[in-house]
Design a protein around this ligand. Structure first.
Ligand code: URA
Length: 243
């Protein structure tokens, strides 16, 4: 993305726009190894190398992140009272407009993707896209083939009809059962509501995958990392950019 040098510095939160102008005039800012004294010059934020006071700065404003969302944290840009997933990322991600793709409930854990690409975010959530999400659910009661069939058939949840979903029972006990469910929509509380409609309350919910991406096993709860170039490519394909 092409951006004026003073705006670039302000977007990254390196300084205010007026301080940036002074820094640039004062010869503190270099791009690709050359000191730049003209604030109005534009550079490629993803490719050009930015240096402030001789120190390399990560200048990219188009970033994509995978987080292992912990329980007890809201999926929201900000909240006056409760911690949000954005609070787990350095401030620069907020400044460059990196936003979560969809929501996980406060108590749900697992993979959450963030992107600065608003169009990709929108497409990945679009109902017509059918991006699969796989959850592991601990539920009350004994799951059996009738629940697998009910999930596969889809179900009326009052305000919307959930499309068919794949349910695989991993363990069925009298008190509780463990299952993996794959849905291609993403309605509010969808998994919990589908289980509730079949008489099973969800006690733990964890998302293992989002579209083509699985939660990185090296991440601990609350950890995050940037997506690799290959992962971004897979996500862009899932968003239909290569169609
Ligand atoms: N379905 C739910 O019920 N909760 C989530 O957090 C995600 C999917």
């Amino acid at each position: 993305m092409k951006m004026r040098l003073d705006r670039w510095l302000a977007t990254l939160g390196a300084c205010s726009r007026s301080d940036g102008k002074a820094w640039i005039r004062g010869g503190k800012v270099a791009v690709n190894g050359r000191i730049i004294r003209d604030s109005a010059l534009s550079f490629d934020t993803e490719k050009d190398a930015l240096t402030l006071d001789g120190k390399a700065v990560d200048g990219r404003v188009m970033r994509h992140v995978m987080m292992y969302k912990p329980g007890g944290v809201l999926t929201a840009a900000r909240d006056p009272k409760q911690p949000t997933v954005m609070d787990l990322l350095p401030e620069v991600y907020r400044r460059i407009g990196c936003m979560p793709v969809g929501r996980l409930d406060k108590d749900t854990t697992g993979i959450l993707i963030f992107t600065c690409d608003g169009e990709m975010n929108h497409r990945l959530l679009s109902p017509g896209r059918h991006v699969d999400k796989t959850y592991r659910a601990l539920v009350e009661g004994k799951l059996g083939s009738e629940t697998v069939e009910a999930f596969a058939a889809g179900m009326d949840l009052g305000d919307f009809t959930a499309q068919g979903a794949k349910l695989v029972i991993l363990r069925a006990g009298e008190e509780s059962s463990l299952a993996e469910v794959t849905i291609s929509e993403g309605k509010f509380h969808q998994v919990k509501r589908m289980f509730a409609a079949t008489g099973h309350e969800v006690t733990e919910l964890h998302r293992r995958s989002f579209g083509p991406l699985e939660l990185d096993p090296a991440l601990q709860e609350g950890d995050w990392r940037e997506l690799t170039a290959d992962e971004v490519r897979l996500l862009r394909d899932a968003a239909g950019f290569s169609e």
